[in-house]
Write a protein that binds this ligand. Sequence first.
Ligand SMILES: C[S@@+](CC[C@H](N)C(=O)[O-])C[C@H]1O[C@@H](n2cnc3c(N)ncnc32)[C@H](O)[C@@H]1O
Length: 510
Amino acid sequence: MTTIAALREDLQEAGFTVASLRALWGTAADEALARGHRLPARRALTDRTEALATLARVFLLNDVVPVADLDRALPRATSDGAAAVGLVEIDESTTPWTVRARLDLSPYSLADANGEVDWWVVSDLGEQAVAGPLREDHVLGVGGASLTLARLQLPDRVDSLLDLGTGSGIQALHASRYADRVVATDISARALELATLTAALNEAAVETRLGSLFDPVLPSERFDRVVSNPPFVVTPRTEGVPSYEYRDAGLVGDALVRQVITGLPDVLRPGGIAQMLGNWEYRAGADGLDRVRSWIDAAGLEAWVIERERLDPSAYAETWIRDGGTKPGTPDFERLHAAWLDDFAERGVEAVGFGYLLLRLPAVPGRVTLARYETVTTPIDASASLGAHLATCLAIHDWQASLDDTSLSEAHLTVAPDVTEQRHFWPGDEHPAAIDLRQGGGFGRTVPLGTALAGFIGACDGELSVGRIVSALSELLDADEAALRAELLPAIRSLLDDAMLLPGEPAPAG
Ligand SMILES: C[S@@+](CC[C@H](N)C(=O)[O-])C[C@H]1O[C@@H](n2cnc3c(N)ncnc32)[C@H](O)[C@@H]1O
């Protein structure tokens, strides 16, 4: 048995999973740990000697424990095996010999349409464990952005996928559930080592390749899918400002995001899709989303770009200086903050947007039907898998975009099961003052409805065609039918794009 296989069996036998740990130390300690506060978890483990408690101490609380304890927790791999693959280091100068984590080994669980899995992700020890600023070649663990992109991944099966900037390998691991061939690249050899370890521990087939951006892709190679949580953080190129490999590719401003976008047409198959996260600058009164759009248009890509957050330069700088482990109020923090503000001022940056990009190489060159650029700031259930929703929206978009208005008028539609209507009345009034259509899943959108659109949606049970409903409504509202159709069809297309309306079968005759 290989050391990795032995480790896997030991971790499985100990039940080193998200759910078991929560059961071991309780929800409050679990939540405290997620906020970076370890004491409650540590207290809950007092006098606990089982394998799960030892693994949690070593890998999640970064305690130093006797070698014999870890040997008991990893009976097949032993401490020596864990040390051989770089997970721990043994201190032979102590009596008894002791062992401490050299890498972070975190359980990770996932439940989606493809079922439930318990995985382990290997990364560098976090800021707390190293107690101070991170190394510039730090390999990031599963952070908020990693989780966001992982949950955005479209779940439909594809032949090939490229994970650009794989880091710990978390995106490649997710992709291995639906892609037959996963290629993971990184500029950091160290990241690839850890991604290889992550993949091996979880028996995921991932090919790793070293190199910058698209360099590791062969000239004739094309992928069905690209996923990337790239090093997009805007960082001043000032002497003394650390350039962390895990978040910064060494370029000026938001140039990295532009470079990734413009390189995509050379690695995607026609119809292939890239999903990535990014930052974009708002410079001198210009809209940041327009800036992204200009790069995407130049690359000839279809796009659905969703801005989720916009920060002013000072808040942006603060976020990323803290992320590097430098505390506010220290002289270093002040120096770095000034460097960030000077850098933004040089380019006239007034804000920085963050969001999700879904980009597609048109199946037919030049045929672009998807060009959505929007700001959506509604809170999203952090555990929700948005990928399935995006896949549904895309499929419906392609269907509706293939229909001209006459064909769409012949279609039958239904209201999505997660959609409800909310009516607001002035006290005592018989007629609503406002009507909203609310989406329970997806992006939790709220769409204000006029009388005609509300009437249209109320009749969408799949029985009557779009055209028949519009015709009936024009009589009911005493409105010109052609004008009503022209008013309603764009709104109907937009509700279809958000999967709030669904293509429905015509009701069976009789
Ligand atoms: C934000 S991390 C993402 C890690 C992981 N994919 C995730 O989602 O958690 C960005 C990764 O890009 C890598 N990287 C930095 N510069 C790069 C470059 N020029 N080309 C390829 N990868 C790069 C970093 O080493 C790091 O692993």
